[in-house]
Unconditional design. Structure first.
Length: 202
């Protein structure tokens, strides 16, 4: 009798262990499913970064219409054209330099839009840019808008005085200009929807 009782208790013990193992496995599976759901929710709630527009940007408008629209937008923004470097017959418009930053915030403002020379660890006093906008014809009714931005920083040099040094644009201003120009021509809003702290120049 005693041996039989021990065998019964042993079987019950094995069954209890099996039930505990199954229960633990179910908890792990439920936790994994819950974690996956939480991760998916976090991914969905994370704000999406909008990709920049194509540059050049295709648009179903003749080149002449683009030139007219670019002139109008630049005039609204009070940005002057450099008439000596502008070639309307070639579809190319070049602006005069625009000073967009002065003083202590110049370094941050420059580095937001361009990569400045790493060797130039100095205090920037001014930042400026100019734009080259080109309308490239595809056929009689379609064209492409190409925008190129050029940034320069000014610093004081003890030996040679104030100098301007060119940086490499990171594409932010080009995208801003393309969105404004294409949106104006097409009559639609192409501005960035998710930008909350964006520095705007146009």
């Amino acid at each position: 009798m005693a041996q039989a009782a021990m065998r019964v208790r042993g079987v019950r013990g094995v069954g209890g262990a099996a039930r505990q193992w199954v229960g633990a496995s179910l908890l792990v599976a439920i936790f994994a499913m819950g974690a996956e759901g939480v991760w998916a929710q976090l991914q969905l709630s994370r704000p999406k970064v909008e990709a920049p527009l194509e540059n050049p940007y295709p648009i179903g408008v003749p080149r002449e219409k683009i030139i007219e629209a670019v002139r109008a937008v630049l005039q609204e923004c009070k940005i002057e054209l450099d008439e000596e470097r502008t070639r309307p017959s070639e579809g190319k418009l070049t602006t005069k330099p625009v000073v967009f930053s002065r003083g202590g915030a110049t370094r941050n403002n420059l580095e937001y839009f361009a990569a400045m020379p790493a060797s130039d660890v100095r205090s920037w006093t001014q930042g400026r840019y100019f734009l080259e906008i080109t309308a490239l014809p595809l056929d009689q009714n379609r064209s492409q808008i190409f925008v190129s931005a050029h940034f320069e920083g000014r610093y004081a040099d003890a030996s040679s005085g104030a100098q301007w040094t060119e940086g490499q644009s990171n594409g932010r201003l080009e995208d801003e200009a393309l969105r404004g120009l294409a949106g104006k021509i097409l009559g639609i809003d192409l501005s960035l929807k998710s930008a909350t702290t964006q520095r705007r120049l146009l």
